[in-house]
Design a protein around this ligand. Structure first.
Ligand code: ZN
Ligand code: ZN
Length: 158
């Protein structure tokens, strides 16, 4: 057995904290956005996402390099968060993600707004074409059936 498809889709581990870094208590409560609260001492522990988010809150517009150096989270991991749209680069900040189609700078995801719209329109067209082809096949199917019953083509006049 090879690697199952679903295993490829598992999100990267953001190094969820298991023990409180302040008091060592081991039953942290996830409170959202990468933050885990210690019920014993109230300390907020952060996973990679929380660390990056926290840093960017205080240093808006920081580059991935600077963020990675300051938080200790790998550049690859930060880029993954941006691709997953878990993080977004603020308007006017130095951008480093590029649209996969046209290369325009983007804040998150894979495509710029223009290319995302074009891709969506192309997708819709493709689906419409497939539907039309399906209808054509049905029509062919009917005429073939008519031909088969009495051996000759006949025309319906009613
Ligand atoms: Zn604690
Ligand atoms: Zn684009």
């Amino acid at each position: 057995m090879g690697i199952q498809n679903s295993e490829y889709k598992i999100k990267p581990d953001y190094h969820r904290p298991w023990d409180c870094e302040n008091c060592g208590y081991g039953d942290l409560v996830f409170i959202g956005l990468g933050e885990y609260k210690c019920p014993k001492c109230g300390h907020i522990n952060l996973d990679d996402y929380g660390k990056v988010r926290d840093y960017l809150d205080e240093n808006p517009g920081a580059t991935v390099n600077a963020t990675s150096m300051a938080t200790g989270v790998s550049k690859m991991s930060i880029t993954t968060m941006l691709r997953d749209e878990r993080l977004e680069i603020r308007e006017g900040s130095a951008t480093f993600l590029k649209c996969r189609s046209c290369g325009a700078p983007i804040n998150s995801g894979y495509y710029c707004h223009t290319c995302a719209k074009l891709a969506e329109a192309a997708d819709r067209k493709k689906r419409e074409k497939e539907k039309a082809e399906e209808r054509m096949e049905n029509i062919h199917g009917i005429s073939a059936a008519i031909e088969d019953t009495d051996g000759k083509m006949r025309f319906r006049r009613d």
